[in-house]
Design a protein around this ligand. Sequence first.
Ligand code: NDP
Ligand code: HSE
Length: 434
Amino acid sequence: MIEYRPLRVALLGAGSVGAQVARLLLENKAELAARVGAELELVGIAVRNLDSKRADGVPAELLTTDAESLILGADIVIEVMGGLEPARTYILQALNSGADVVTANKALLATHGTELFDTAEQVGAQLYFEAAVAAAIPIIRPLRESLAGDTVTRIMGIVNGSTNYILDRMDSAGLTLEQAMAEATELGYLEADPTLDIEGIDASQKAAILASLAFHTEVPLDKVYREGITKITAEQMIAAKRDGYVIKLLAICERIAANEDHEDGVSVRVYPALIPREHPLGAVRGAFNAVFVEAVAAGSLMFYGAGAGGVQTASAILGDLVSAAKRHVAGGPGLADSVHANLPVLPIDAVNTRYQITLETSDAPGVLAKVASIVADGGVSIETVEQNADDKDTATIEIGTHEATDAALTAVVNHLAASEVVESIISVLRVEGI
Ligand code: NDP
Ligand code: HSE
């Protein structure tokens, strides 16, 4: 039964996501009203250019370039403009005017999240952002609510669809990075600025958001260690496949226990890594996303689905809209996130990982022993070693290490590179998921 007054919804943006939000909101108006207990009235849609061609389902009479007036009269503001400004200013205006806000803007949350959440808390408004990480996949709400009574220890995710598509095409079709990128561009998978995807920036923004929720800790973007996929070669892909691995761009957030070098902390990092082909993340193909969560009581959980796309992202936005609207109807303060743990975000040096190192060496007596002694002198233990002498002067040596700190492993690689028996370092990749 609908007894509450209609709720005024302002939409900022009518691009790939916004147009689908408008369409679904209008098409499903009666059903949404029944679920919420109040009509959701789309009062206007702010855009940059009134003359741009719009997708079907965006009523021309609702379009405006006056975002500020739209925000002032709204109960709930949906921000799907993207970018830092004016999105930040508009969200602050909305919160300060008492409106709840739904946003898909991971770049903004990863950069100005603290300011936005603090403002929301001060004014008693809510900020919802399910669509900001992995689009249609419910991952924010599970971390904020379902796992709120558990202790999350680790998150390992494929949270950038376009780079997963590129790496998958290199793996499955033998394409070079350039060929796979050209395909991803053609399909419209890459951001307007593709460096956001291929340099791991988009993934590191999402990792910062996930880590701050999972560990109740503020995670500034500049504390997220980041390597992109631009140095991944077709040869590394072939070698990975031969060894039973696949290369994936991983976002990893984990708790790290104190030792003699540091206190309890967290690590948040993004890099391409080898994972066993049979690992659940190894099976994530094409532009799909997946997030693997480990918690003390729940054990291992996997969340999988579409990590991008206008209508898929709109699904997450509408879920948040319904939550925000129900809060208006029911009253009460709603959710507040906490950063009470305030754990330090540790540098990459403190992380324990494994390396797979491939070297080209001179092919002479004692070379393998020399290489092994450099690794051992660095305090790193070798797990596997394989040597191939392809021509008469040089050999290829592939070393798989046991777990060691990233600092120790990096130092070993530097010593190997400086050794007179090493002609070149062909490949260095971390190994995860073992
Ligand atoms: P688009 O570029 O397709 O759309 C942006 C919209 O915002 C356009 O309608 C544009 O107006 C409007 N806009 C931009 N700047 C202003 C401004 N200053 N004032 C008023 N309107 C403005 O972006 P997307 O729909 O792809 O993405 C929106 C958000 O969703 C981003 O934060 C993105 O990161 C996030 N997201 C997107 C996903 C996707 O698959 N696309 C997936 C997950 C999250 P006009 O049309 O007139 O130019
Ligand atoms: N560029 C992003 C991706 C879009 O490839 O996953 C969704 O956030």
